[in-house]
Write a protein that binds this ligand. Structure first.
Ligand code: B12
Length: 223
């Protein structure tokens, strides 16, 4: 999509507002973007999500710390609340469902919440079980929602061992359900050895991986 100069400036301002932890300005820019008729999906991708990638880099470089990360995530959510309901994928009624949570024993949820926000921003119906989630809860929620995909997050080398246990319970109950995993101590190789169907290194890659998983099993509501 080609944007005029004024629209490009608005997307840049949206990006800057998130990186600068300015929740109010993020909301204001999001409203201006809608008022100007800019595609909200484009604004989410090139404004909000691009900004969170930058925030991730600043965090990795020790320029930002956890408190900054959380404030940026607040700004991201303020923007998503305004833009996401106007996205095409959300309004067409054929949403894909996903169950997500941080595994048992683990209370880290910043990364999981970013992944959740990314799914929401791209039109998925997300059933978030929160953190420190017992494996049975994943099984129950999958059965309740009939979600074809379950996503597990683990941030510690100790708690990632809860992943294979949860995968076994989920697959024992429903062998056709796909499981996507992620979190800092994991890699594609480790994920595969745990029996996961998919792995993604970050929130951006999670969407493409999820779509590929659903396409592989021919899920009917796949876009
Ligand atoms: C913030 C933080 C905390 C916060 C958590 C706040 C919260 N609400 O989440 C607090 C202070 C509470 C905390 C507590 C603890 N922490 Co801590 N914590 C961290 C820290 C500094 C950052 C984690 C984070 O938020 N990263 C930012 C997010 C954006 O990145 P991310 O989580 O990796 O997520 C991205 C990807 O991994 C991926 N992803 C994540 N989940 C998923 C899921 C799916 C499905 C997919 C596809 C992708 C995906 O996408 C995300 C976005 O791009 C890390 C150090 C570090 N550098 O990672 C330590 C760290 C994880 N913590 C650690 C420890 C040891 C603890 C404690 C045990 C400390 C203690 N002694 O009490 C407790 C844990 C208690 C428990 N039972 O869980 C260790 C773990 C070591 C290990 N064994 O592996 C680390 C690595 C610090 C260290 N170097 O020692 N912690």
């Amino acid at each position: 999509m080609t944007l005029d100069e004024g629209s490009q400036k608005l997307i840049q301002n949206l990006y800057d507002a998130v990186v600068n932890m300015d929740e109010d300005l993020t909301a204001e820019m999001s409203r201006s973007i809608l008022a100007r008729g800019i595609d909200p999906g484009h604004a989410v991708k090139h404004g909000l999500m691009a900004a969170m990638e930058k925030v991730g880099e600043l965090y990795a470089a020790d320029t930002y710390y956890v408190s900054e990360l959380l404030l940026c995530a607040d700004a991201l959510h303020a923007g998503l609340e305004i833009l996401a309901p106007h996205m095409e994928e959300v309004s067409d009624g054929g949403r894909n469902h996903i169950v997500i949570g941080t595994v048992e024993g683990d209370i880290h949820d910043v990364g999981k919440n970013l992944v959740k926000a990314m799914f929401e921003a791209t039109g998925w119906a997300v059933h978030d079980l929160g953190k420190d989630v017992a494996p049975e809860r994943f099984v129950e929620e999958q059965a309740r929602t009939e979600a074809p995909l379950v996503a597990l997050s683990a941030l510690m080398s100790t708690t990632m061992l809860a992943i294979p246990k949860a995968i076994k319970m989920i697959k024992d109950a429903r062998p056709d359900v796909s499981v996507l995993v992620g979190g800092a101590p994991l890699s594609r190789e480790v994920a595969a050895s745990f029996g996961a169907d998919g792995y993604a290194h970050n929130a951006g890659e999670a969407i493409a991986e999820a779509k590929a998983l659903l396409a592989r099993v021919g899920y009917p509501r796949q876009k």
